[in-house]
Design a protein around this ligand. Structure first.
Ligand code: FE
Length: 352
């Protein structure tokens, strides 16, 4: 009998110990929640957003910045990939991730109500967080006109005056894909060859380098994304960029007809997300009004959540009328656009 009681007591103690261990494990588990982010976006851009998320939810974020080969890395990691979400720019990259099968479909009420359907993949594999216009940077000193069209960039009056980054960069491929969609392949090729012959130099550098080229007098017209103008204007670390930005004015091409080409930044849930629930919370947060305001005020992009305004600085350039061409159509025409860039030798600069 004695033995039995002792055994019983031991058993109870053991059970308690187990439950305590479980509780001890379970309680801080919420504090140890985390989300692993594979990001094509520069860390400094997303940090304010991730900090705000952690403050609000207590969920830690681990962002890995990947400049190239994000999808290939996830394919190689397969089921063991630690990635929960992908944060990236450009419809091309979102589409690439979906096509490669490294994303999963989500259908969430909060996200669906924050993000309009046109900015969500119909299959739920990604959604957009912001938009950006691919605009004309025009010299304040040397360009008088205050409106322009993409078509006009092929007009010989701009000969030797246009600067642009590589035609194969995804930002330009998105724009050229929209031209293929609007003009048809043949006309788009003619247009692209015309732009090539108006180049002041071989395509090089990033978007900011084109503003710098205008500042230095090398070119009168540059092609670049809207948010870089805001980031140059407010750049405390490299104040010379403020001079580049001051040398240009922003023209929204085709604002009087079909509208300006816009692309997106966005996110996707990784196929094998190990922290799916926390990842979903991050997705909901980034689509929220609070986060959309940070995108507007600190990144100088256009929020996609209706009712959230762009920053005053961005608004001061005028209102953008986004081309209503669907993102899926742009994605579809990217391959042709890329082939045309090679075919006309765009990156070799002017042929005549
Ligand atoms: Fe960019």
């Amino acid at each position: 009998m004695k033995i039995h009681t002792a055994r019983r007591a031991f058993a109870v103690a053991a059970i308690s110990a187990v439950s305590f261990a479980f509780l001890a494990d379970a309680a801080p588990a919420s504090a140890a929640e985390e989300v692993n982010i594979y990001s094509y976006r520069e860390p400094q851009l997303i940090k304010p957003l991730l900090d705000a998320f952690t403050e609000e939810t207590g969920i830690q974020t681990n962002a890995v910045y990947i400049e190239k080969g994000l999808v290939a890395r996830m394919e190689a990691e397969g089921e063991n990939s630690p990635a929960d979400v992908i944060l990236t720019v450009d419809i091309g990259r979102l589409d690439e991730a979906e096509q490669a099968g490294v994303t999963q479909s989500i259908d969430d009420e909060t996200i669906n109500s924050n993000i309009p359907a046109e900015f969500r993949d119909p299959d739920g594999n990604w959604f957009a967080l912001t938009t950006r216009g691919r605009v004309v940077y025009a010299s304040r000193e040397r360009v008088e006109q205050d409106s322009i069209t993409y078509e006009e960039l092929a007009d010989p009056k701009w000969k030797g005056k246009i600067c642009i980054r590589s035609g194969q960069h995804s930002y330009n491929i998105g724009l050229f894909a929209s031209m293929v969609a609007h003009l048809g392949e043949e006309k788009a090729e003619e247009w692209l060859a015309g732009v090539r012959d108006n180049l002041a130099r071989k395509p090089n550098g990033n978007d900011r380098a084109q503003a710098k080229g205008i500042y230095s007098g090398e070119c009168d017209i540059g092609i670049g994304n809207t948010y870089y103008v805001g980031r140059m204007m407010t750049n405390e670390k490299e104040p010379e960029q403020q001079d580049w930005a001051k040398a240009i004015k922003v023209l929204f091409p085709n604002n009087d007809d079909r509208g300006t080409h816009v692309n997106v930044s966005g996110m996707a849930m990784a196929k094998n997300a190990p922290n799916r629930e926390s990842a979903l919370k991050l997705m909901q947060f980034l689509s929220s009004e609070e986060a959309q305001q940070v995108y507007a005020e600190q990144v100088y992009e256009y929020p996609v959540k209706p009712g959230v305004a762009p920053s005053d600085l961005v608004a001061s350039w005028g209102e953008i009328k986004p081309d209503s061409l669907s993102l899926s159509e742009i994605a579809e025409k990217r391959k042709v656009a890329s082939e045309l860039v090679d075919k006309v030798g765009f990156d070799n600069g002017p042929a005549s």
